[in-house]
Design a protein around this ligand. Structure first.
Ligand code: BGC
Length: 285
């Protein structure tokens, strides 16, 4: 019998993989795409043939680097600044996308942040910013995307669906998280918002799903993995014994956005190395 991999701390997949052209001819908006998960998702969608809007809110430079990387590989991308928690900015981003790319087939609602605090010290600002970006931002973008999906309808040569929304949620849509009540509330909210919208728009052949990442190596959680001690502590929470890479989420997003996933609707797909499997019970109980 083959035992556990002795030192399974890294992904055994190459970071850069060739992806099948599952999204050829489709136009995608990825929010928060200048770093972390959003960056990897934008690059993966482009590798799969989509034209991509690389949304960013802060520095333009990292967004342009993503755009240039996509272009250098023969793809098409534009960088569009927009704070997803602001209605007028979201509407302007969709208008510009439709003007420049013609339509939107895929929305990846990825922009998100953490403002961690003990509950008795959490300020209303910390609460409002997290709910504003992580939950209201996803609503505002989903609403504009659905308007466009309904206007255009199905174009079978592009996709058998009129449009796809992928909400980047978190394992914390189901795992409570002390010290992060605002964040967990936002992701719990994303779960039922996603399912309710999916139920409502399914008859228009619009698919709405979530991807729930576990611990992924990105700037949002650097302190959870950037020292050997922190990494060892993190591994106690991950049965698969490696941190997730942003590309793990990129690949899952390509699949979920593609017609291969046509009958998947209103579902949360956990991409977490088993973080939700109550790892304490591997030995306890
Ligand atoms: C959070 C990370 C965290 C991970 C697992 C994510 O949603 O943003 O900070 O490491 O969940 O707990």
């Amino acid at each position: 019998m083959v035992g556990p991999i002795p030192n399974p701390l890294e992904s055994l997949l190459p970071a850069e993989q060739t992806l099948p052209l599952l999204l050829k001819g489709q136009k995608a908006i990825v929010t928060g795409a200048s770093s972390g998960i959003g960056r990897a998702v934008a690059i993966a969608l482009a590798q799969a043939g989509a034209e991509v809007v690389v949304n960013y809110v802060g520095g333009e430079q990292p967004a342009l680097e993503v755009v240039n990387k996509i272009k250098a590989a023969g793809g098409r991308a534009i960088a569009v600044q927009c704070d997803v928690s602001k209605e007028d900015q979201v509407q302007a981003m969709f208008q510009r996308t439709i003007k420049e790319l013609g339509t939107v087939d895929i929305l990846v609602n990825n922009a998100g942040l953490q403002k961690d605090a003990a509950i008795h010290e959490m300020t209303l600002d910390q609460w409002n910013i997290v709910i504003g970006v992580n939950l209201t931002g996803q609503f505002l973008c989903a609403r504009e995307a659905i308007k466009e999906f309904k206007r255009r309808g199905v174009k079978k040569d592009v996709s058998v669906s009129a449009g796809k929304i992928i909400c980047v949620s978190s394992v914390h849509e189901v795992i409570p998280w002390a010290g992060h009540a605002n964040y967990a509330a936002s992701k719990g909210g994303v779960m039922l918002m996603m399912k309710s919208i999916a139920q409502e728009v399914a008859p228009y052949r619009i698919r709405v799903n979530s991807i729930c990442p576990g611990a992924i190596r990105t700037p949002i959680n650097t302190s959870a993995w950037n020292t050997p001690e922190a990494y060892a502590g993190l591994m106690k929470l991950i049965p698969y014994k490696r941190i997730g890479e942003p590309e793990d989420i990129g690949r899952a997003t390509v699949f979920l956005a593609s017609d291969l996933a046509d009958y998947i609707n209103g579902t949360s797909i956990f991409v977490d190395g088993g973080m939700c499997l109550y790892p304490g019970f591997a030995t306890g109980g």
